[in-house]
Design a binder for this molecule. Structure first.
Ligand SMILES: [Fe+2]
Length: 395
């Protein structure tokens, strides 16, 4: 609650004693009523970023020419404890890059952070061969030596076959998975095009929810059964990241009713509901991480999370009277997985600034793991040739 008589509007930031946290965008912007009052609430499951000790408001006077600042201290019990990043496995997550012919945005996006990259589909705008060739060149230029794992979005499939050619995405994925293998990632591809990849003890399961011809559906090729077997076989306590272009209906930040995006939504949800310690990562909605409801959900008991990663093209933003223009920037997300939880940081691919509304810190990753299980997981992560999941083909 803010009281500032004589002022028209305020912009809110996480701060320390010196002012707004450097490198972080605004947390909120809202009008102040004629009595000088404003009230705003942080919703969703967002967290307070490390280093924040204060909440800071810049209030704009009604002459629109001057502003005043005000700080308030965050009560000690609410300030985040710094988390050791030494053992974290980190990724840069993005989707919906919609590469057409100008590679500038894709190059900038890949350079957002020097981390292994997970791409949740709509890499290209039309699924054309020359667009995938350009995307490959972008990866070679902006992410040499870095892991890049994609799944297909609807825009990565051709709308109409080009002569005998149904699809160019499959060739691109083959290239990406062979490259991943050369970088030390172990990869197995299922005949459906889904794949399992192991990177630093983290299991990445790529689902293909859009078939050639832009047909949404997950049942094709037996992906649900394959996924269930992979989840059952992965080491107890290992993090599982599931990549799927479209979100599940129950975890869609865009809408919670109407038809699901793809056939097999309910079956996939049932499989996830029987699993633990996983993050379901999706794109497709183009929703801004700054939307009031947020794009991440986490259930600490089952240790299951769902994350919509926004889009690299300008995001969809609505719902508040005042919204800073940088909230609409294309966004990427940094994931940091540790034994005991996950940290998510959304950031603008233009300015590099982190979005406070895209900051999440979920705890409870390894609760219930015995010392024996931890040891077993560590050994399994070291194994050179892990057992191949049923129906899998090593790339
Ligand atoms: Fe898209």
């Amino acid at each position: 609650m803010l009281r500032a008589k004589g002022f028209l509007a305020a912009e809110l930031f996480w701060a320390n004693q010196d002012g707004p946290l450097a490198g972080w965008a605004a947390l909120a912007a809202f009008p102040i009523d004629p009595a000088g009052n404003a009230c705003w609430q942080l919703t969703g499951q967002r967290a307070i970023p490390p280093g924040a000790t204060h909440l800071y408001a810049r209030c704009v006077a009604q002459d629109l020419l001057s502003a005043e600042e005000v700080w308030t201290e965050i009560p000690a019990g609410f300030r985040p404890e710094p988390r050791s990043a030494e053992t974290a496995v980190r990724f840069l997550l993005m989707s919906d890059l919609h590469l057409s012919s100008n590679p500038g945005r894709v190059l900038r996006a890949l350079r957002t952070a020097e981390l292994p990259v997970l791409l949740c589909g709509d890499l290209t705008n039309d699924g054309r061969e020359e667009q995938f060739r350009l995307f490959q060149r972008c990866i070679e230029t902006a992410a040499p030596g870095r892991l890049v794992l994609p799944v297909a979005g609807n825009h990565d499939r051709l709308l109409c076959p080009e002569g005998d050619v149904q699809d160019h995405y499959q060739g691109f994925q083959r290239w990406a998975l062979e490259r991943a293998q050369a970088l030390g990632c172990r990869v197995w591809q299922h005949p459906s095009g889904a794949y399992r990849a192991l990177w630093q003890g983290v299991e990445i399961l790529g689902l293909q929810c859009v078939a050639p011809g832009r047909r949404f559906g997950l049942r094709e090729g037996g992906q649900p059964g394959w996924l269930e077997r992979c989840l059952a076989e992965s080491p107890a306590g290992a993090w599982r990241l599931i990549l799927c272009h479209a979100p599940l209906l129950a975890h869609n930040p865009h809408r919670k009713d109407g038809p699901p995006y793809f056939a097999g939504d309910g079956e996939l949800q049932g499989i996830l509901d029987r699993s633990q310690r996983l993050l379901f990562l999706s794109g497709h909605t183009h929703c801004s991480p700054n939307l009031p409801g947020g794009g991440a959900e986490w259930d600490p008991e089952s240790r299951r999370g769902y994350l919509d990663d926004g889009s690299v093209v300008p995001t969809e933003l609505a719902g508040e009277p005042l919204m800073p223009s940088d909230w609409k920037d294309g966004a990427g997300m940094e994931l940091s997985l540790t034994e005991d939880g996950v940290e998510i940081r959304a950031r603008s691919i233009h300015s590099g600034a982190y979005y406070p509304r895209g900051y999440y810190r979920f705890e409870g990753g390894s609760v219930g793991l015995t010392e024996g299980q931890r040891r077993k997981n560590a050994e399994s992560a070291k194994r050179v040739h892990p057992p191949q999941p049923a129906g899998g083909e090593r790339v």
